[in-house]
Write a protein that binds this ligand. Structure first.
Ligand code: SAM
Length: 175
């Protein structure tokens, strides 16, 4: 179990609902130090919100976070019909780590979006990491079903003080 602090604030130092609890990314980097690449370009943050670009490549559906990939995590297709539509490249990253909205209510309330299909997101995450790479999802529930080329290697409880709400970080390795 990782004990983290309250959610990190947004750019304007305001409460940002759904943000990673403070210390979460630090815990992740310490726990998986032997497996996390030194090149942040080999890490992609899916449903990144305001995760800083220094942490890696970012993907989000909302333009206000200025993500590297502005797209739906269900398809990972970006660009326009005019300029040509493309897809986030396959077998590109060592890690894909996601912090999706947790449920219908949170998705509508905080992001004004229908809750994404998490199985589709995980399938895309499995596509974009290299064999031997990792797919990690922080959520309120454990992922239901997974592509056959993912093997679960860790499940870690994540709580934030003082609320003590519990989430689970599930980590798969692509085989
Ligand atoms: C829980 S927040 C992530 C916050 C992030 N961990 C942080 O610390 O800033 C969920 C994010 O998922 C994004 N999102 C919601 N639906 C999405 C979708 N279908 N595809 C990609 N991103 C999506 C939202 O815009 C929001 O930034």
């Amino acid at each position: 179990m990782w004990y983290c602090g309250p959610s990190e604030k947004d750019y304007n130092n305001m409460k940002f609902d759904g943000a990673y609890p403070s210390g979460f990314l630090k815990n992740w980097k310490i726990a998986f130090a032997d497996y996390i690449p030194s090149d942040p370009k080999k890490i992609i943050h899916v449903c990144a919100g305001r995760v800083p670009k220094s942490e890696g490549v970012t993907l989000d559906i909302d333009i206000k976070y200025d993500p590297d990939y502005l797209c739906n995590a269900e398809t990972m297709r970006y660009g326009s019909l005019l300029e040509g539509e493309r897809q986030v490249p396959s077998d590109e990253f060592d890690w894909a780590i996601a912090d999706p909205p947790y449920n219908d209510e949170a998705s509508e309330k905080y992001y004004n979006k229908k809750l994404l299909n998490k199985s589709m997101m995980i399938k895309q995450m499995a596509r974009i990491v290299r064999t031997g790479g990792f797919v990690a999802i922080l959520d309120q529930t454990m992922p239901q079903g997974k592509p056959s080329n993912l093997e679960c290697v860790a499940r870690i409880g994540v709580t934030s003080v003082p609320n003590l709400d519990v989430r689970v970080l599930t980590i798969f390795q692509k085989i």
